[in-house]
Write a protein that binds this ligand. Structure first.
Ligand code: BES
Ligand code: MN
Ligand code: MN
Length: 463
């Protein structure tokens, strides 16, 4: 049978696939820092030549931001169509001194590949390409129609893919979107993620005196902006971990008892979570478990804060300004635009006299809820179970993948989040890594997914 041959090809080519991933990981495609523009271009070239070699006629779509890479197989009538999405951009590497090996010199250690982007998302998205390669190189007809779209601005809040999806929804038409940019539940338990939190990312700037002032001469007579900022930030949440912005919880859907019970069955351990995060005690909204706090409840967190003199030794000043970055993770059906407005109004309202405050929106992403009963999603679950050799579970996730909501809205199909990473892959942190066996299993799972989805024809079962 053709699929067996494909799987054998994938087994036989593991070393090659690892070497090719290393080449991809050497490219410093950090999207948020302009000095890496050429590397972004190199990542696009790399993907273009990978797809070209497979005869998929890639298209490089120039945008106001970083290019999109699109490709599709010959579309055959009557076959289901899968649209694969991934992002080739990566996070910055700072603090680079905390890496055990240089972030863009992939190193293989004890069964892991260490490099920026290994798990988020180059290693995971590359597994899709390699699985498709298995079919093409063995001469097996692809059992489903394939479309692929890769973006280079996921990590930096770029808008290109949103505009493209809206304008070209007919071109991207499919029966399901497949994304590998999440993780297993744990080493033994593969998972399909069925909810992602949204995001509202804000910057708050408090301004006081016209310049930094001598804190002895003027101290006591003017409002200190750093002090005012602390007052504002301290009123964002109460001691029970509840967000105090008026209307913040208004649109939050109440998750069913059934789903909450299912979450309890996952056997989550708070002690493990303490170990993973290095905290002595956990903290969060009272009345909810840790998994609920991370997956189905919204949050508000200061992500960065700066003001005044922060160098060595003492410099006696009242700073002229103080700033903070604040992220709010949102859950269905909170609307990022509405939350951003509510945040701004509240911050203005509680700003103490004697200083002024400006609030800027730095980025928004919609929260999403994904289907778990679609035959297509269940095909994904079966593929995952066969590929990883263990029963799969449904999980939620606290992070955001901004394009998912737009895919749902404009393509009207299920989105399957088939994660091959681990929570402990250190994504966005120093020493990012990806377990090599999971890379291979991810490739295998993707190939199996094609087989499972093909098995669902006649197509009417899909819809
Ligand atoms: N792949 C992550 C999102 C993710 C991580 C989902 C872990 C589930 C589990 C994605 O690349 C990411 O980092 N998203 C950002 C979005 C932001 C930059 C708009 C996030 O969640 O912070
Ligand atoms: Mn990602
Ligand atoms: Mn990321």
């Amino acid at each position: 049978m053709a699929l067996q041959e494909v799987l054998r090809y994938l087994d036989d080519h593991q070393d090659d696939h690892l070497k090719q991933l290393c080449e991809f990981l050497k490219i410093k495609s950090i999207s948020t820092q302009p000095e890496f523009r050429d590397d972004i271009r190199r990542a696009v070239d790399f993907l273009e030549s990978e797809l070209m070699n497979l005869g998929l006629h890639p298209e490089i779509i120039q945008t106001e931001g970083h290019p999109l890479v699109y490709a599709q197989s010959a579309q055959r009538e009557g076959l289901p169509t899968l649209l694969f999405y991934g992002h080739y951009d990566v996070q910055p590497v700072d603090p680079v001194e905390l890496w055990d090996s240089p972030p863009f010199e992939p190193s293989l250690k004890d069964g892991w590949i260490h490099a920026r982007g290994a798990s988020d998302d180059k290693g995971q998205m590359f597994s899709h390409i390699k699985a498709i390669e298995g079919f093409i190189r063995t001469g097996a007809d692809l059992p489903v129609n394939i479309k692929l779209i890769f973006e280079g601005e996921e990590e930096s809040g770029g808008k290109a893919i949103f505009a493209y999806t809206k304008e070209h929804s007919a071109k991207l038409a499919c029966d399901m979107v497949v994304i590998s940019d999440t993780h297993l539940y744990d080493e033994q338990t593969p998972a399909i993620c069925t909810s992602l939190r949204g995001l509202c990312y804000m910057e708050v700037v408090v301004t006081g005196p016209a310049m930094d002032l001598h804190s002895g001469i003027f101290g006591g007579a003017v409002r200190n902006p750093a002090d005012a900022l602390c007052r504002i930030l301290s009123q964002l949440k109460d001691e029970q971990g509840r967000v105090r912005i008026p209307g913040f919880y208004e649109d939050v859907i109440v998750v069913s008892e059934e789903i909450r019970n299912e979450m309890l069955q996952l056997g989550h351990s708070d002690d493990v979570l303490k170990g993973e995060t290095g905290v002595g005690a956990l903290f969060g909204e009272s009345g909810y478990t840790s998994l609920e706090r991370m997956w189905i409840r919204p949050t508000c967190d200061v992500n960065g804060i700066w003001s005044g003199y922060t160098g060595l030794g003492a410099k006696t000043v009242i700073p002229a300004t103080a700033s903070a970055k604040v992220s709010m993770r949102l859950v269905p059906n909170q609307d990022p635009e509405r939350i951003a407005s509510a945040f701004s109004a509240y911050v203005q309202d509680i700003c103490p006299e004697g200083v002024s405050v400006a609030v800027h929106r730095l980025g928004c992403a919609k929260p999403v809820q994904l289907p778990r009963d679609s035959a297509l999603v269940l095909a994904g679950k079966t593929a995952l179970e066969k590929g990883f050799g263990h029963k799969a579970v449904f999980i939620g996730d606290g992070g955001s993948i901004p394009i998912v909501g737009t895919f749902q809205e404009y393509l009207h199909v299920p989105v399957l989040l088939l994660g091959y990473g681990l929570l402990t892959d250190n994504i966005h942190s120093p020493n990012e890594r990806f377990k090599i066996t999971h890379y291979y299993r991810g490739i295998r799972t993707t190939a199996l997914l094609l087989g499972e989805v093909a098995g669902l024809v006649p197509l009417k079962i899909l819809r």
